[in-house]
Design a protein around this ligand. Structure first.
Ligand code: 13P
Length: 255
């Protein structure tokens, strides 16, 4: 049985005051929730204050990116040890905005995933196709290629620490959510591929989140799909009411 996992990706939003307020508000709203894993991923500069605001809460903290080197002359980059030092348990790797806006390659993403696992962070590994790729019937091929390349050289024991996030690029920040059936189809394909790359038991234990215009109104139908184990949430995670409503909706179904 996979425990549902909902994570908020704050992207490049909030300031020092609103970040702490959001975290504190979530800690209060979600104090009774035990059946759903929740995490927030603030910008690097607010990780410490958000971690402090969540210190008495079960809500985990994650970063939005990491660099694979341990330390040294890498101006502007942040290491795994630094993230752990700031209270991070998770790290998002390979988000589509990093792939398509910042130019990250599958090879770079693979190095980051290996570094994160090696240093005890739990990666949230993002994959997803562009609109033209979906329209061209290439969704499964594109996503499968990203999964294979992102996980190259990662052992079956190591892969157990990963959450995969399927985020169709055309659904991110557009209000155009994938239908539950579209999400399920790709999630099932990913789980099948993980079963081939590792083994079916390992694939069965891995959590696959959906991301792209997830909100309170579509949480139940997305989460009702057998291979949708969680959500990676952008815009709706910036509001205490919305993010907590989504988590409570999922917790309610667990009863
Ligand atoms: P939205 O929920 O704002 O569409 O963003 C999804 C996302 O990119 C989460 O990582």
């Amino acid at each position: 049985m996979r425990k549902p996992f909902l994570a908020g990706n704050w992207k490049m939003n909030m300031n020092s005051a609103t970040a702490v307020n959001l975290a504190a508000g979530l800690a209060k709203e979600l104090a009774e929730i035990r059946t759903v894993d929740a995490a927030v991923c603030p910008p690097f500069v607010y990780l410490q204050s958000v971690s402090a605001a969540l210190s008495a809460s079960d809500i985990a903290v994650g970063a939005q990116d990491v660099y694979f080197e341990g330390n040294g002359a890498f101006t502007g980059e942040i290491s795994c040890e630094m993230l752990k030092d700031c209270g991070c348990r998770y790290v998002i790797i390979g988000h589509s905005e990093r792939r398509h806006v910042l130019g990250e390659t599958d090879a770079l993403i693979n190095r980051k995933i290996k570094a994160a696992i090696g240093r005890g962070l739990l990666p949230i590994f993002c994959v997803g196709e562009l609109l033209e790729e979906r329209d061209g019937g290439q969704t499964n091929a594109v996503v499968a290629d990203q999964v294979r390349k992102g996980l190259a050289g990662i052992s079956s024991d190591q892969v157990k620490t990963i959450t995969v996030a399927y985020e169709p690029v055309w659904a991110i920040g557009t209000g155009r959510t994938a239908t539950p059936e579209q999400a399920q189809e790709v999630h099932a394909m990913i789980r099948g591929l993980l079963g081939e790359l590792y083994d079916p038991a390992v694939a069965d234990g891995l959590r696959i989140q959906y991301g792209g215009s997830a909100k309170p109104g579509n949480t139940a139908e997305l989460m009702a799909q057998p291979d949708v184990d969680g959500l990676l949430i952008g815009g709706a995670s910036l509001k205490v009411e919305d993010f907590s409503a989504m988590i409570k909706t999922v917790a309610e179904k667990q009863k």
